[in-house]
Design a protein around this ligand. Structure first.
Ligand SMILES: [Fe+2]
Ligand SMILES: [Fe+2]
Length: 185
C-alpha cells in the first residue's frame, strides 16, 4: 500500500503550486491530529487522504473533473485503500457521494477550515504562533475575509464530526501549530 512519502511525491508530481501543496500539507496535519484520537491504527491513511485530496485541482479545477480525475487515477493504481479514495471523492459535496466513515467526515471538516486558519495566520506577523480561536471565529463572521472559504461548509463539517465549532477550530490550530515550521505558517 502507498506510504506517506510516496503519496507526497505523487502529489508533488501533480501539483506545482506552492500554496496548493501547503494547503494539502495543512489538511494532512489536521487529519493526522484527529486520526491519533479517533482511529490511531489508520493514522497514515488519514494523512495520505489529506495529502492527495486536491491533487488534481491544479490541472482539473472544474466541478466536472475535480476530484473525479484523481479518484479514477488512484483507483487504477491499486495501492490506495478504498476508504481513502472514497474520502477523497466525498470531500466534494457536489459529488453526492456519502461521507460514511470517520476519515471521510474529518477530511470534509478540516478541508475548508485548515485553509481558513492558514489565511488567518498569513495576516499576522508571528503567523500561527499566538493565533486564538476567538480571532478565527471573528474572522469567519467577516465575510470579506478569505471570501472563497464557504462558511456553510465550515459549520457543516464541525456538525458532521459532532464537535462545537470552537472546539474544532482549537483542535485544528493545535494541529497546525505543532507543525508550523515545516508548514511555513
Ligand atoms: Fe477539493
Ligand atoms: Fe482542499
Amino acid at each position: 500500500m502507498i506510504s506517506i512519502e510516496e503519496a507526497r511525491a505523487l502529489m508533488h508530481d501533480w501539483v506545482e503550486s506552492a500554496s496548493l501543496r501547503t494547503h494539502m500539507e495543512c489538511v494532512a496535519a489536521c487529519m493526522g491530529w484527529y486520526a491519533a484520537r479517533v482511529q490511531a491504527d489508520r493514522q497514515d491513511d488519514w494523512i495520505i487522504a489529506g495529502l492527495l485530496h486536491d491533487m488534481d485541482y491544479e490541472k482539473h479545477p472544474t466541478i466536472e473533473e475535480h476530484p473525479f480525475v484523481c479518484v479514477e487515477f488512484l483507483k487504477n493504481r491499486g495501492d490506495v485503500p478504498e476508504d481513502v479514495v472514497q474520502a477523497i471523492l466525498s470531500h466534494a459535496d457536489y459529488s453526492g457521494s456519502p461521507r460514511d466513515t470517520d476519515m471521510a467526515r474529518h477530511l470534509f471538516a478540516v478541508d475548508e477550515l485548515a485553509g481558513f486558519i492558514t489565511a488567518c495566520s498569513r495576516v499576522r506577523p508571528d503567523g500561527i504562533v499566538e493565533l486564538e480561536t476567538k480571532s478565527v471565529r471573528k474572522k469567519l463572521k467577516n465575510l470579506k475575509f478569505a471570501a472563497a472559504v464557504s462558511r456553510d461548509d465550515v459549520a457543516k463539517g464541525a456538525e458532521e464530526i459532532k464537535l462545537e465549532l470552537a472546539d474544532h477550530i482549537t483542535n485544528c490550530i493545535d494541529a497546525l501549530r505543532g507543525e508550523r515550521e515545516r508548514l511555513g505558517i
